[in-house]
Write a protein of this length. Structure first.
Length: 269
């Protein structure tokens, strides 16, 4: 039931977990030392809310790796990450969500077989990846430059969707998901948050704003997906049969650079 590729995937995830644990031992002590050092000389904020988490969002790139690179091109999209620190340690647990497309085409087709080409409509078809991962990150709360290392585990949802839009605002009139598949996913990430704004008032919920730069390498299990291109009903039966689709299958590994803004929050309880 389990193929060699599945075994290699599980072995890769085991390597990632081992790497994360090693990173905890190597990085936790220095980070905690920095926390104590940075706290010296600061005013008493006993009654102030403790820093508890952060929100990060921005742009994400999707660069296919391995056999996947032979079938799809690079893409771009958006991401959002939410996390909270565990007590006063540098360990930040959270969730990371990313969405990017790797293909998009538009073409005109008849509104219906009855009307024919007298009333054409424009159909857009997009190839997309939606990712959701749980994250464990090691990152200091203080300092102008805050590098981090993280491990991620979750899944990828690959889907191709066609839609008809109306008006300048692009309101969807009709749409359909033509093909989709899931793949388990996991990997490592690293980056840095660079302070661009700091709020010294301890009663405020937003404590600082950082410029975010990072990269993620996310292994993906084998899955099926469509390549970029228009879809057509070749046999004229009024539906897209599997035999009419350009279906590819491979591991779904992406190298993903990230760029955006991180907002560090204070506990509002």
């Amino acid at each position: 039931m389990f193929s060699d590729s599945s075994f290699r995937f599980r072995r890769s995830l085991s390597f990632i977990a081992t790497t994360l644990l090693t990173s905890v031992f190597l990085l936790a002590a220095p980070a905690l030392g920095q926390e104590a050092s940075d706290a010296q000389g600061l005013p008493d904020t006993t009654d102030a809310p403790a820093i508890s988490g952060q929100v990060s969002g921005g742009l994400i790139g999707g660069v296919p790796v391995g056999r996947l690179r032979d079938n799809v091109g690079p893409g771009a999209g958006v991401r959002l990450s939410l996390g909270g620190w565990i007590n006063r340690s540098p360990l930040l647990l959270g969730v990371d969500v990313g969405f990017f497309g790797y293909g998009h085409v538009e073409n005109e087709v008849p509104f219906s077989s009855t009307v024919g080409p007298r009333v054409p409509v424009e159909v857009s078809t997009s190839n997309n990846v939606l990712e959701t991962h749980l994250t464990a990150r090691l990152q200091s709360r203080t300092g102008r430059f805050r590098p981090y290392a993280e491990a991620l585990a979750g899944f990828k949802y690959l889907f191709t969707r066609s839609r008809i839009d109306e008006g300048d605002l692009g309101d969807e009139v009709a749409g359909s998901t033509n093909f989709d598949d899931f793949a388990f996913s996991g990997g490592l990430g690293a980056g840095i948050d660079i302070q661009v704004y700091r709020q010294d008032n301890p009663t405020k919920s937003v404590r600082r704003v950082d410029l975010h730069l990072g990269v993620q390498y996310l292994l993906g299990q084998e899955a099926e997906y469509l390549t970029e291109g228009a879809l057509s009903d070749q046999n004229g039966n009024g539906q897209l049969d599997r035999s009419e689709l350009d279906i590819r299958r491979s591991r779904t590994t992406f190298l993903q650079p990230t760029f955006g803004v991180t907002i560090r929050l204070a506990d509002t309880d």
